[in-house]
Design a binder for this molecule. Sequence first.
Ligand code: IPE
Ligand code: IPE
Ligand code: MG
Length: 277
Amino acid sequence: MKDLFEVLKPGGEDWALAKTLDPDRLPAHIAIIMDGNGRWAGRRNMPRAAGHRAGVEPVRIAVETCSRLGLEALTLYAFSAENWKRPRAEVDMLWRLLRLYLHRELPEIMRNDIRFTCMGRLDALPDPVRREIEIAIDATARNRGMRLNVAINYSGRAELVDAVNAIVEDARLEGRLRDLQIDEAAITSHLYTAGLPDPDLLIRTSGEMRVSNFLLWQIAYAELYVTGTLWPDFRRVDLLHAILDYQKRDRRFGGLNLETETARAEEWVEAVQTIAR
Ligand code: IPE
Ligand code: IPE
Ligand code: MG
């Protein structure tokens, strides 16, 4: 966390917020559905493309902040498998921006020791985009810092289908298809996110209360944080607010938090007797 304070101005709003964070209870993995670029542009009477362009700076800030906080992973939803339904010109613009971002930011990503990975069905992407992605993956493969994982042409359902097919294929190659049993561990280890912890915190901007086919398996117990802020307006203070909110949550995972749970054994005896009466 100390790396973060190197870039914060003492006395500033983000500095004050960062001071109140509990360094021992940071999320290991944050996932973000970056939404609202089109509406941001619409409110300014600008074309949607301008909203996407303005959405690049918050990506830079989120990556830098999470890396300097010392998080293990940041997963960003950049393009869903359903986003192909948009006009060709908009999709092309998104590819251009992705290439530009990767090209421009690679030196900074290297300086921060970040390992870049991608998830989704990448074979459907235009060749120049795939090449730029491969350059970034290769260049950062040995970095040991935060994992920056970007979801491109991603669908949570397709990911599950791909995982199950991969399990079946492995079993077929090893000649154990007949008595194949699929369990949770097998699915987890064949997802695109194999090796990453599940997201602790899922942030969605622009106020939409839905997950839009993102990380369906992995968010089983993620804490959800929806903000009305549109993605192009999302700054470091917004991210810190989300993490502070996360730190106030009582994560029970279906159990009880024994520190706050007051029920004692004799109360249970009494409760059972009341029912029996
Ligand atoms: C998010 O902004 C970016 C992508 C989905 C690629 P949108 O483009 O969805 O913006 P809105 O939801 O139309 O405002
Ligand atoms: C989800 O946003 C996908 C990304 C942020 C890349 P959308 O804007 O595509 O989601 P819907 O259509 O509102 O559900
Ligand atoms: Mg949207």
